[in-house]
Write a protein that binds this ligand. Structure first.
Ligand code: ASP
Ligand code: MG
Length: 406
């Protein structure tokens, strides 16, 4: 078998953890498998590097930031190869230039375009464990780029797809994907199997276990993923196209994102093209908009409110302000920062009407006020006050009996 194994920062945080990972990979290697290992930077090294950059120059260019950040992963792969070598196993580390991982041109948030697997295959044929840097690539002008925070997962899935690997295992410091964040919900339970669609929603809604682009890629190329802990041998969560309990589980998990702000643009003209102009201004500055709500028009005006990531809130307001008297012609812009996004996700929702109502009832029982609502076929999202989050997530988790297993 060809196995791709990805280990996150906490799994390689120090010497002891590095040897722990080395041994786990060697077990697979000695059992006769070809093993490709993808690593993140050690511990919080990426944050440390970003802090150093900020200290030197808060306005450092994205190109130089990427040049700096790629050293994090380069450190961990080299040390890992040395660890394996010291255990008598042939291993080689490759960075993204050596492994020929080509990306789009943007720095800081690049996308993988193509992986030329020749070099990796040659090293595997030479009976080596191949250890590749996650999170990075090389663009058309030959510069290093990074794939966005958490991007090593995406490197692993892309490699698994390019190499037609038999398994892609994502190792982290928790046992798998949970029905809710165990730090907030005591009864949260590990999920055994989950669909790509559900995982995609959970990942982008703040569940934090997998980089959402890695799930997109896995779905696109049909790469079955296993998310599990590097600290024990528990089974983990399998992410795949269809799960056996699809019919039974209306709701698979509850996710919370506290990093959101709501912006209300009040008194816009009620005429064609207004939403386009507003969101086009924001898109030009790369501001991602999530939940959108438009009021019914009255007296020729309407309001549009939307959520953005908390870090983007001030910039979004400034953009709208700049165009307030020009192309947008609105009365005022308000921002609210103490809010959070709570979502339930479940493939079974498609065939079970009433899931949204049950969620709203439960929030009503808790006297939690809902500010905005958005739904898709497999999820219901509400925007609530941040102070209500812990109460709300526990109540919703209980309501759908998520702590009780299948
Ligand atoms: N080291 C990078 C980060 O901290 C990439 C990753 O860990 O996946 O975001
Ligand atoms: Mg991660």
């Amino acid at each position: 078998m060809l196995i791709v194994k990805k280990f996150g920062g906490t799994s390689v945080a120090d010497k002891e953890r590095i040897f722990n990972v080395a041994k786990r990979c060697i077990e697979d290697y000695k059992a006769g498998n070809s093993v490709v290992v993808v690593l993140s930077a050690m511990g919080k090294q990426t944050d440390v590097l970003l802090e150093m950059a900020r200290d030197i120059n808060p306005k450092a260019s994205k190109r130089e930031l990427d040049m700096l950040l790629t050293t994090g992963e380069q450190t961990s792969v080299a040390l890992m190869a040395m660890a394996m070598n010291s255990l008598g196993v042939p291993a080689i580390s490759l960075n993204s230039f050596q492994a020929r991982m080509k990306t789009t041109s943007v720095y800081g948030n690049s996308k993988l375009r193509k992986i030329d697997t020749e070099r990796i295959k040659t090293e595997l044929e030479n009976n080596k464990i191949v250890i590749v840097t996650g999170f990075q690539g090389v663009n058309a002008v030959g510069d290093y780029t990074t794939l966005g925070r958490g991007g090593s997962d995406t490197t692993a899935v892309a490699l698994a797809a390019a190499l037609h690997a038999d398994a892609c295992e994502i190792y982290t410091d928790v046992d798998g994907v949970y029905t809710a964040d165990p730090r907030m919900v005591k009864t949260a339970r590990k999920i055994d199997e989950i669909t790509y669609e559900e995982m995609l929603d959970l990942a982008s809604l703040g569940a934090g276990v997998l980089h959402n682009r890695s799930v997109e890629l896995a779905k696109k190329y049909g790469v079955k993923l296993v998310v599990r802990s590097s600290l024990n041998y528990n089974e983990g969560t399998v992410v795949k196209e269809e799960t056996k309990n699809m019919e039974k589980l209306m709701v698979s998990g509850v996710a919370v994102d506290r990093n959101v702000a709501r912006i209300a643009v009040v008194g816009l003209k009620d005429e064609p093209g207004v939403a386009f102009k507003l969101f086009n201004h924001l898109a030009r500055y790369d501001i991602n908009v999530d939940v959108i709500l438009q009021s019914i028009g009255r007296d020729g005006t309407k309001d549009i409110s939307f959520t953005v990531a908390l870090d983007d809130a001030d910039e979004a307001v400034a953009i709208v302000e700049r165009h307030r008297e020009g192309s947008l012609k609105c009365q005022k812009v308000d921002v609210e920062k103490n809010i959070a996004k709570l979502s339930i996700v479940g493939a079974g929702m498609m065939s079970h009407p009433g899931v949204a109502a049950a969620m709203f009832e439960c929030l009503y029982d808790e006297q939690v006020n809902i500010k905005m609502i958005a739904t898709s076929e497999i999820r219901v999202t509400v925007i609530i006050n941040d102070k209500d989050v812990e109460r709300a997530i526990n109540a919703v988790h209980d309501k759908f009996a998520l702590g009780q297993g299948e």
